[in-house]
Design a binder for this molecule. Sequence first.
Ligand SMILES: [Cu+2]
Length: 223
Amino acid sequence: MSSAWRVTTAVGLFAVAVVGIIFAVLGLLSQPPTVDFTAGHSAGQPVDVTLQTVGSYGSGDHPTWVSYLTESPQGQWVHTTLWQLPAHTRVNMTIYNYDSGSPLRNQQIGQVTGTIGHVALLNGKPVRVINSNAGNGVGHTFSIPTLGINVPLYGNNGNANLCAAAPCTVSSPHQIFKFSFTTPGPGQYPWQCFVPCGLGFLFGNGGPMQTIGYMDGFMKVSA
Ligand SMILES: [Cu+2]
């Protein structure tokens, strides 16, 4: 190999590495927006947070990926899983699940834990555990591991005409979950789904399962 060719190869490989690093950094920096639930909040008042889960986002970079969405206080659906919340405040969660479900590999995440009263309302009925081997199974969980919070989201019938493009509306089949918890002190608390719902990825744990704005998010709690 001539030295000129060696230099050319080295420069070429270096250029490829630099481009790769630039893309990686841009990817890390381009986070979805944070929905602010602290603006205008008066101490002691509860905060309402409404989410939806869809089987496929339907557009953008990853139209086939499962995703969560967050409704802003102004009533707009935002493709994000990042929220700013006040500390030591009751959060009343509502989650509309538009996705189907399946039996869980780990029955433990079929339990409702960490919510006020250790309970969630599924379409108005209190539930403490969902047997995913019955009915439509469980599609996703809403979990904040550091707070011990886990809510399994019962799925819709997979043979129904399910919503395939976000934001979904209540005209599509859905299950409604309501539960509450209290935010801790200031800090960043990761939340995620624990059902390996990343279809097409190794064991279902890649893609949307590892991407903020889809099946992972952060609750940013401020004083
Ligand atoms: Cu999921």
